[in-house]
Ligand binder design. Structure first.
Ligand code: AGP
Length: 618
């Protein structure tokens, strides 16, 4: 999703802005731009559709100036184009803005502002919602407001969640940043005689680890020496920056061809970090520390609802299994964007668990708001980003500790979320008396084996690559699984869609004969997840039905399963896992298959078209 950067200080702003934008590329974008302001008030705005390399190629001479803002745009209102790219200036040319989010009432604001534009003999220069923001600010400045007052008044007119950065020609020593609602974060970075802003930490870390996260409703005035933060009806404050511990090396790609590949191989380590100290055996305890809900509170929970989007929703689906089986509690999952607009029946004894690696997905945040406002139900968030908006909304957080995930396709945060959900199920199960000490010990012992399960699955990369080459031109895949493996089938299909651009459907195998089987022929490969669990025989029947339609079968099952291997055209053997933990054995293999299909097709794996790492618009 869109990315914002900003700089003010003793260096030339342009190269720093471009470098910062490169570090935000993983968020997904389709155009980019920078605006640089020099000491004399000269403004240079440079923007281009396409990748940052297109913008850089269009810059003959880097504009001089020690202040500036930059943006990567993920199109919502108006096609990706040079003119719709940010930054956008007011019709006077004096106020320049970049924005994340959506101005939901931009149509009426455009009508309202149009007459003053026409008076100047001008019209709107883009199809974006953004353009109203500099115009609103400029109008307030004309009325004699300070820039902060003008920005606050402009934000007050906007409906929807927005984060903006701006500057004003009249004051080349300052840039401004503001947040209204949950449109992704803005982090202010403190340097030595220079200051930075960015949507995400990776853009700041080469320069500083001293940061301040701008809160909802705050406006920051930033000069080379620091920042002053204004909040409505409160005195301005100079925030104390906090030190972040993110390791810049952890966000570098290292020897790997893609971040996605690197992050897949980090999964065993990431899982160990998620589990570390939270699965104790002697005496057994799950999530004993760093978790704000007490056993008493957990005992009063009568039902658990797990929500999320995309890959996080697939984790939620598996979470339901564990909550029912391990904790013996009624549980369900829901798509956060749908949940918000139904009339769900939940009460204050329902525990709502949100899964969101970024902690900033607007659909999930919206659902969390609704849960708080309508039912006041207790909320837990499972997220990889400490300090993210979701952590502020929840009563308790389980941090994944997976390290930064740069690839748009979630990989290590998926398995991390699974581990966190499993731990939560153990904790609730123990608090409710569904697990005795021995059962808890056994459940936790099983969990402690999952880093090695994943590690061994990753050793199948070569085999996955060979199989992928046979299906480079396949237009469709059906992915089948049953029971706890059904969500993995859905996750496999999502991975195929998002990085390989191949149409894939994840289905509960029992459902296949109720419709999808009509699609099958020799050109329609089927990936079948069939470990030796309680539903193995039923999966074998489904595979027989697929083979009878001559559709090629890629079977993934237990190591050494000759019966399965004989039935399939291709077979991948994963290490044996207990039937509740097969998702960990299967996940690396389906990720590798999708990765190698995308690789064989020569696609942009880390920045797939149209996708954003963090989805901050509805
Ligand atoms: C995963 O590969 C996708 N990029 C996407 O489905 C993602 O899981 C979804 O947007 C939810 O993101 P979140 O976990 O940050 O809330």
């Amino acid at each position: 999703m869109c990315g914002i950067v900003g700089y003010v200080g003793h260096q030339s702003a342009g190269p720093i802005l471009l470098e910062g934008l490169h570090r935000l590329e993983y968020r997904g974008y389709d155009s980019s731009g920078i605006a640089v302001l020099d000491r004399d008030g000269a403004i240079a705005v440079l923007k281009r559709q396409g990748k940052l390399r297109d913008l850089e190629a269009a810059i003959d001479v880097m504009p001089a100036g020690g202040a500036g803002i930059g943006h990567t745009r993920w199109a919502t209102h108006g096609v990706p184009s040079d003119r719709n790219a940010h930054p956008h200036a007011s019709s006077s040319g004096d106020v320049v803005v970049v924005q994340n989010g959506i101005v939901e009432n931009y149509r009426s604001l455009k009508v309202e502002l149009e007459s003053s534009l026409l008076d100047r003999g001008q019209g709107w220069l883009s199809e974006t919602d953004t353009e109203v923001i500099p115009e609103l600010i400029a109008r307030e400045l004309d009325r004699g407001c300070s820039f902060v007052e003008a920005l606050r008044a402009a934000l007050g007119r906007l409906q929807g969640a927005n984060a903006v950065a701006a500057f004003h020609r009249a004051d080349p020593s300052r840039i401004y940043a503001a947040r209204k609602g949950s449109a992704g974060g803005i982090v202010i970075g403190y340097g030595d005689g220079e200051m930075f802003i960015a949507s995400d930490l990776p853009a700041l870390l080469p320069h500083t680890t001293a940061v301040y996260h701008l809160e909802d409703g705050e406006i920051a005035t930033i000069d080379a020496e620091g920042a002053v933060v204004d909040r409505a009806n409160q005195p301005p404050l100079r925030p104390q920056p906090q030190r972040v511990e993110l390791d810049p090396v952890a966000i570098a790609r290292g020897p790997y061809r893609h971040f996605m590949l690197k992050e897949m191989y980090e999964q065993p380590r990431a899982l160990s970090d998620t589990i570390r100290g939270r699965a104790r055996l002697d005496p057994p305890s799950a999530l004993a520390d760093e978790f704000n809900l007490t056993d008493n509170q957990l005992r009063s929970v009568e039902r658990v609802l797990v929500i999320g989007m995309g890959t996080s929703l697939h984790a939620a689906m598996i979470g339901r299994w564990w909550l029912e089986r391990i904790a013996g509690i009624p549980a369900d999952f829901d798509n956060a964007s749908e949940f918000r607009f139904r009339a769900p029946v939940i009460g204050s004894s329902t525990l709502v668990v949100s899964v969101t690696q970024s902690g900033e997905t607007i659909d999930t945040l919206g659902a969390m708001d609704q849960v708080r406002e309508r039912w006041g139900a207790p909320q837990v968030v499972i997220t990889n980003v400490d300090g993210s908006e979701a952590t502020r909304k929840a009563d308790a957080s389980i941090l994944l500790r997976c390290g930064p995930e740069v690839g748009v396709a979630s990989t290590k945060t998926f398995v991390g979320s699974l581990a966190a959900l499993y731990l939560l199920a153990c904790r609730i199960g123990r608090a409710r008396g569904a697990l005795d000490e021995t059962e808890l010990t056994e459940s936790l012992e099983h969990l402690l084996t999952v880093p090695s399960l994943v590690e061994r699955g990753l050793q199948l990369s070569e085999q996955c690559s060979e199989i992928a080459k046979s299906y480079t031109s396949a237009a469709n895949f059906l992915v089948l699984g049953r029971g706890i493996e059904h969500p993995i089938a859905m996750e496999a299909a999502l991975k195929c869609k998002e990085i390989s651009y191949v149409h894939a459907e994840g289905y509960a195998a029992g459902e296949m004969k109720h419709g999808p089987i009509a699609l099958l022929d020799q050109k329609f490969p089927v990936i079948a997840l069939a470990t030796r669990g309680p539903l193995f025989d039923k999966m074998m029947s489904a595979i027989q039905q697929v083979s009878a339609r001559q559709a090629p079968v890629i079977a993934i099952g237990d190591e050494g399963d000759t019966e399965l291997a004989e039935l399939a055209d291709h077979y991948l053997g994963v290490p044996h896992a207990t039937d509740l933990l097969t998702p960990f054995a299967l996940t690396p293999v389906v990720q590798l298959l999708a990765y190698h299909i995308a690789l064989a097709r020569g696609l942009d794996i880390d920045q797939p078209r149209n996708l954003a790492k963090t989805v901050t618009v509805e």
